[in-house]
Write a protein that binds this ligand. Structure first.
Ligand code: PMP
Length: 397
């Protein structure tokens, strides 16, 4: 039997789905994929850093040795040896993290969504930095919270602002290291203060740390997780230290929370790819990251230096920018009257792209801000792109 002209469906989306929007950045990225565009827009790590041969060898080895396990369904909280490795590596500064406190997720982005699912009700107060990671705002927005924007300055999140606004919040979402989008780092003293304030107010402190290992000099600063493992939810990712395409991250927290996240994850995707987890464990178990991460730091710090030099040379007085000590981003503040969206439209005509700052604000946006990423652009192109932007900005003064 064959139906004659069956009618197409008229879609009726849920109220929640009606509110969803595409990430402004993903839309910009579509434009900037053209090869002639010098793009400072992406949040992508440099593909030069991907250890392709290592990954190939590890896939081969895992499939040869344990193919039947690797290709089978696995536990929701993740591959035990990898969870043990992560728990061990986070047990620093006197803190002891147990494997039971670690849940593997399909990219830390999934962790953000799951946190929203288990912690946020409609109208819940959620504290976020000003500005904050757009992907977190997007993930939490699905659960319809009321965002409360917390102040930041050059030393990161301002603890007194959390103390003033925090009462009753369901969580504080913080990016202590080389923040996306500003590149700023939270000072050590403030880390202690924040952990203390959140513990006293009974607010879970989410420490999202995908960039922490990418410090250009010195050692990574202490994690807030180690200051109060009972009150901090830590999120880690392999996206910036290995490759993002494998979609592997982890959430670490008290077991009561982890068991609840596990239930939420079961409903979402049963578990994160067992094959991927086994391969990553194979790659990192003998200390590969200790030799690999310094090569990423090296590349990014050189390109960051190239961008800072170009900004100093070509951007006019009245424009300010951050000086990151690690990570992938520089945050630029233009004179108040210049709208970064308009600047972007002109820049794209000249084949240069960046991300306007607006979408990174949960509440009132500062439209004279923008984010520049330097990691996928070679120094000569960084110079050329920044020079073009500088000319466009000067013409607006
Ligand atoms: N948090 C922050 C601050 C990020 O910048 C990103 C990726 N851009 C993520 C989380 C998501 O990372 P993942 O690839 O692990 O999902």
């Amino acid at each position: 039997m064959k139906l004659e002209n069956p009618s197409p469906i008229e879609w009726k989306f849920s109220h929640r789905a009606e509110q969803l929007q595409s990430s402004a950045i993903r839309e910009i990225l579509k434009i900037t994929m053209r090869p002639e565009v010098i793009s400072f827009a992406g949040g992508l790590p440099s593909p030069e850093t991907f250890p392709v041969d290592r990954m190939r060898a590890a896939f081969d080895s895992v499939l040869t040795r344990s193919g039947k396990v690797a290709l089978q369904y696995g536990p929701t909280d993740g591959y035990a040896p990898l969870r043990e490795f992560i728990a061990e590596s986070l047990s620093t500064d006197g803190a002891k993290i147990l494997p039971d406190q670690v849940m593997m997720v399909s990219g830390s982005q999934q962790g953000l969504d799951l946190l929203g699912k288990v912690l946020i009700d409609e109208g819940s107060k959620v504290l976020v930095e000003t500005p904050s990671y757009l992907g977190a705002l997007q993930a939490f927005s699905v659960y319809q919270p009321k965002f409360e924007s917390v102040e930041m300055d050059d030393h990161g999140l301002v603890p007194s602002s959390v103390a003033a606004k925090g009462a009753g919040a369901r969580l504080l979402y913080a990016l202590p290291n080389f923040q996306n989008p500003t590149g700023r780092t939270l000072s050590v003293e403030r880390r202690y203060e924040l952990v203390d304030i959140c513990a006293r107010l009974g607010i879970p402190l989410v420490e999202d740390n995908p960039y922490g290992d990418l410090c250009y000099t010195g050692e990574p600063l202490p994690k807030m997780l180690t200051m109060n493992p009972g009150g901090v939810i830590y999120m880690g990712s392999f996206s910036k230290v290995l490759t993002p395409g494998i979609r592997l991250g982890y959430v670490v927290g008290p077991t009561t929370l982890i068991r609840k996240l596990e239930q939420a994850k079961q409903a979402t995707d049963l578990h994160t790819s067992q094959l991927t987890q086994m391969v990553v464990h194979e790659v990192i178990k003998d200390g590969f990251l200790n030799e690999h991460i310094p090569t990423i730091r090296d590349l990014y710090s050189k390109q960051c230096a190239a961008m800072l030099e170009a900004l100093g040379k070509y951007f006019p007085e009245g424009v300010t920018w951050t000086r990151p000590e690690g990570g992938m981003f520089i945050w630029v503040t233009l004179p108040k009257h210049i709208d970064a969206n308009q600047l972007l439209a002109q820049a794209i005509e000249q084949n240069v792209a960046f991300v306007p700052g607006g979408p990174f604000y949960a509440n009132e946006a500062e439209t004279n801000t923008l984010r520049l990423s330097f990691v996928t652009v070679p120094p000569a192109k960084i110079n050329e792109g920044v020079e073009k932007l500088g000319k466009l900005i000067k013409a607006k003064l």
